[in-house]
Design a protein around this ligand. Sequence first.
Ligand code: BES
Ligand code: ZN
Ligand code: ZN
Length: 496
Amino acid sequence: MFKSIRLAAASSKRPAGPLVVGVTQDSNRVPSGIDMTDEEREAVRDGLNAPGFKAENGELVWAGSQTILLGLGEADAVTADSVRQAAGRLVKFLDRAAPRSVRLAVHQAIGRRQLAAEQVGRAVAEGMQLANWRVDQFQGSASKLDPPHGTLTLSVDDKTVHAGLKRGLALADATNTARRLAATPPNFCFPQSLADEARKLARSHKSLTCRVITFEQAKKMGLGGIVNVGMASAQKPCLIMLEHKPARPVKGEKLALVGKTITYDTGGYSLKISGGMKGMKYDKCGGCTVFGAMQAIAELNLPVHVVGLLPAAENMIAGDAYRPDDIITLYNGVTVEVTNTDAEGRLVLADALAYACKEIKPTAIVDVATLTGGIVVALGHFCSGVFTNDDGLMDELDAASQESGEKIWRMPLWPEHREFMRARHCDIWNSAPSRNGHPIQGAAFLSYFVDEDVPWAHVDIAGVASVDSDRDLYVQGPTGYGVRLLTDWVAGHAGS
Ligand code: BES
Ligand code: ZN
Ligand code: ZN
């Protein structure tokens, strides 16, 4: 892998390094419009006829010593997603020769109607940057990992593709930030450390400010969900907020992003079985996604006012832990019977949603959470599940999903689901006695904390936040799912 991937300035003169030429399966011709020497053209022509080279998507071959052919598959089948996959293969292929820079000539082979030049640039950068990531900050003296190569510099001679590459790198960098935080284990990553990270992020972006509601303040303010879930941990809970206020925001829009940030989920007294606890460092992935999205939104300077909220807590066991049967009052005064301390994510999210509605007054809210194992049973690792009270918001998220390639699927949320959550001794319970449809129960529970007139969507990412083994662009570990989906959703409000 490379230490980092960066973009050469648009105006820089022809840099050194191999030329990467994209070719589709059905064309035996050298794509037109590429600035290359006769020698390079000859090498590409020879490469196209190399025995065994079929230009399948992601297939790679050296054509001479200075040119690489990158297969893009059938011309009609090229999509942003297929280009991302191919670019992921490219960065792994480059690992062997480890050049310091490459010139990209990929967009020339792709029809404009198929994919706009900027989208090609974005997809190439995303694929390369996402596939070039690994968790290496915990390697010790017995490490077997190869040290990383230096920086890889990308250059391209088309201004539009260059802009796409820049956007793609920003989005993938932000996704990798989310992955880095998510991969950090609970002995290093806890509510306070995430608050420190958020303050650091805010310091490095002019448009961002950070505010943290501490445990003591949360107790006084009546944030009963965050307080109860987090109080048994030595690492006390908090509510972290990152606000992006651009110089000239779109008028009348204020978007809120809320992410479940359980830095570790033991289940509490409704203890998880040991096999079910492993991997629960990823229970903060919703918050990490919001963190990454706020980085991308600031980096791209999107002209939309956005507030990100991370209700952060560690779900632990101690003499002062909350227990099943407790009745607690959340921020908006709704009383909750805790039937299961392992249904903790909805309690911290509920406070953050109610706080957002009352104090921030957003025009729309999207929350992301590793909320239920049930969504993994229902949808597998293929997509997240979206619950929403607003068809227009669903359309916006569908558009963002198309753009980012992060797949979503709508789930039902009806009045009868809300009724199902009503308790006998207080308003609602956090988990109904029957576990049937429990991902829907989670969404129905959350709906009690969102003002009715606010478009809101809950995205259950339990199946997509991490992968068990290396797959496509991702190595085993966190995927940063949702950073690009949320950023594209916000960008949709900016009209860009
Ligand atoms: N963090 C878990 C959900 C989860 C499970 C995420 C597996 C990723 C993989 C959540 O807090 C939880 O424990 N949910 C319970 C809900 C139940 C108690 C209603 C579940 O899914 O079993
Ligand atoms: Zn839980
Ligand atoms: Zn959880």
